[in-house]
Ligand binder design. Structure first.
Ligand SMILES: Cc1ncc(COP(=O)(O)O)c(C=O)c1O
Length: 362
């Protein structure tokens, strides 16, 4: 049977006519960027929806991470996770800091707080943990370490819109959280991102950094750059935000179904949720061996299903990472992990078909 391919993800998109309606306003006003009315509306709507005190919308999640480092004026070593997308590391390097890799917890896949203190040196200025697949880090332990050593915390919250910790948005933790609104994320603006902080002074500083470092009197008072979100992207964000609750609930429902269907397969493990409530935006499975993963991937591909090795490889093993330091758990997990298709348009039949294939292999 000739079936349509099933990819690991597909963007959640509002009806096109609703997006076009917003674009008509953009055309009428002739304002395309520069903190325009739709960017401001998007920021406000998002704060209300996520119940966060502020959201500084920017052009992508990588820039959001760089802006967070700039706003905190960090220079030195930043302890981070090797089980992440390369953007976490490139942001640190572009800002002239040095990434120091701390291995992960094999169950939560997040930075292992018990391994952080041994990596702290005179040069350490911050910890940048990643809420991997929207699963909250051990925020309390990380905060305690940061307090003890007077370190800043920037959360790479690229995956974390919709996740909560202690009953409030996970984005409200750390000195600054940086999130992504990339096409693959639960909420998307095609490309986009944002910085979230409860500190009013940092909020204003982030806005200046986003706009070339200018203040209201046109002086340049920060080391800024162009981090602005456009009106065209904000319009998509506003349109998509209307469907945010439905999309979030749909992910949670499909995540639950995957878990139910796959619960009695001995050969696979799931990411463990130890803190907070995740947004369920990804469904990773961990195989016993890389060979098993290859076998499953081959069988999936034969059936036009394309899950994704994510994150692979462990970023500390890339050529451009100049000082390789082993992180055995991250390296091992990254060889054995596969994210299954999970998105709004994925049908029940497609989800069940995916689980059946996995059952024949794992
Ligand atoms: C963990 C992590 N951090 C940062 C980013 C960068 O976000 P963006 O693609 O919006 O620049 C990503 C992107 O997927 C990511 O997965």
């Amino acid at each position: 049977m000739n079936r349509k391919p099933i990819y690991v993800t597909q963007p959640s998109l509002a009806p096109l006519d609703e997006y076009i309606k917003l674009l008509e306003g953009v055309w009428e006003r002739g304002i395309l960027t520069h903190n325009g009315p739709l960017v401001q509306q998007f920021e406000k709507d998002l704060c209300r929806k996520l119940d966060v005190s502020n959201f500084v919308a920017v052009s992508n999640g990588t820039i959001a991470l760089q802006m967070a480092i700039k706003a905190l004026e960090l220079k030195g070593e930043i302890i981070t996770s090797p089980f992440t997308w390369i953007a976490t590391i490139s942001a640190i390097k572009w800002e002239g800091c040095t990434p120091v890799f701390c291995d992960i917890d094999p169950e939560t896949l997040n930075i292992d707080p018990d391994k952080i203190e041994a990596l702290i040196t005179q040069k350490t200025v911050a910890i940048m943990p990643v809420h991997v697949f929207g699963n909250a880090c051990d925020v309390a332990s990380i905060e305690a370490i940061a307090k003890k050593y007077n370190l800043k915390i920037i959360y790479d919250a690229a995956h974390a819109i919709g996740s909560t910790y202690n009953g409030k948005s996970l984005l409200e933790y750390g000195d600054i959280s940086a999130t992504s609104l990339h096409a693959t994320k639960l909420l998307n603006t095609a490309e986009g991102g944002g910085c979230i902080t409860t500190n009013k002074y940092l909020q204003e500083k982030l806005k200046r950094i986003r706009f070339f470092g200018h203040n209201d009197s046109k002086d340049v008072v920060e080391d800024g750059f162009n981090g602005k979100m456009t009106e065209v992207h904000a319009a998509l964000g506003i349109a998509n935000l209307k469907y945010y609750d439905e999309v979030l609930n749909d992910r949670k429902e499909k995540y639950r179904k995957y878990k139910n269907y796959l619960s009695n397969i001995a050969g696979i493990k799931f990411q463990k949720i130890k803190h907070g409530e995740p947004n369920c935006s990804y469904f990773p499975v961990i195989f016993e061996s890389e060979e098993k993963l290859f076998a499953a991937d081959e069988e999936f591909n034969k059936n036009q299903i394309f899950p994704r090795r994510y994150f692979y490889p462990s970023v500390n093993t890339y050529t451009k990472i100049t000082s390789y330091k082993e992180t055995s758990v991250s390296e091992n997990i990254s060889r054995r992990i596969l994210c299954l298709p999970l998105y709004w348009d994925l049908t029940e039949e497609e989800l069940i078909r995916t689980t059946k294939i996995l059952k024949t292999i794992a």
